[in-house]
Write a protein that binds this ligand. Structure first.
Ligand code: SAM
Length: 198
């Protein structure tokens, strides 16, 4: 939300990849709708898109959000279509590093000059069972070491201005298969702004 304020909000164009039920799309739409801005919200799961569609009515942002069920891994983004692209907790669900690179490269091509990309990703994910004391690797598609994720992002966004680069340990308590587990990992936030012709 803070990064949005760096942009000219007049008719600002936002893409939320892996939008879920709209935790980010809805507040962004609320902020930009008075300026004629729009959010395009994309998620793999039709059920997430259905829930988001209901929230669009509930939060009265009908004119400011469009939705689409699609796989971010193969999602085509028109050249320089967006001022702001956010991908929150989604890139850890693509198949491999090659797919990660491909998605970010499409985001980069799809961003206008002075536009911003914000990538939030869980890394080094572990699942800890407090009952047994056993910790095992998290069952997610792309479980990157934090340093590797940051190295990739710095490389892909070479020539852009890095606005945020931080990583913090994170524990989320989850109920899984009848058990209470701890989902442990590192929460990486990386944001960059496209400058000049870069
Ligand atoms: C942890 S949720 C995050 C949702 C939202 N971005 C947020 O911050 O609240 C992860 C979302 O990514 C979606 N997702 C996972 N893999 C995806 C893919 N390949 N393409 C698009 N969405 C995907 C899931 O369906 C889920 O809604």
């Amino acid at each position: 939300m803070d990064l949005l304020e760096r942009l000219n909000l007049e008719k600002v164009s936002v893409l939320d990849l892996g939008c879920g039920v709209g935790r980010n799309s809805i507040p962004i739409a609320q902020r930009i709708q008075e300026f004629g801005g729009t959010v395009h919200a994309v998620d793999l799961l039709p059920v997430a898109i259905d829930k988001l569609s209901a929230y669009i009515g509930e939060y009265n942002v009908q004119g400011a959000i469009t939705v689409e069920a699609a796989d971010a891994e193969y999602y085509g983004i028109a050249s320089e279509a967006y001022d702001y692209i956010v991908v929150c907790s989604c890139l850890e669900h693509v198949s491999n590093v090659q797919a990660f690179r491909a998605v970010v490269e499409r985001m980069i091509r799809g961003t206008q000059r002075n536009g911003i990309n914000c990538v939030l990703i869980n890394t080094e994910v572990k699942e800890y069972d407090p009952e047994s004391g056993v910790e095992q690797d998290g069952l997610i598609e792309l479980n990157l070491p934090t340093g590797e994720a940051l190295r990739l992002l710095r490389e892909l966004y070479a020539g852009w201005e890095i606005l945020i680069e931080k990583h913090v340990p994170q524990t989320v308590h989850e109920h899984k298969q009848g058990k209470q587990i701890e989902f442990r990992g590192v929460w990486v936030t990386f944001a960059a702004q496209r400058k000049g012709a870069g």
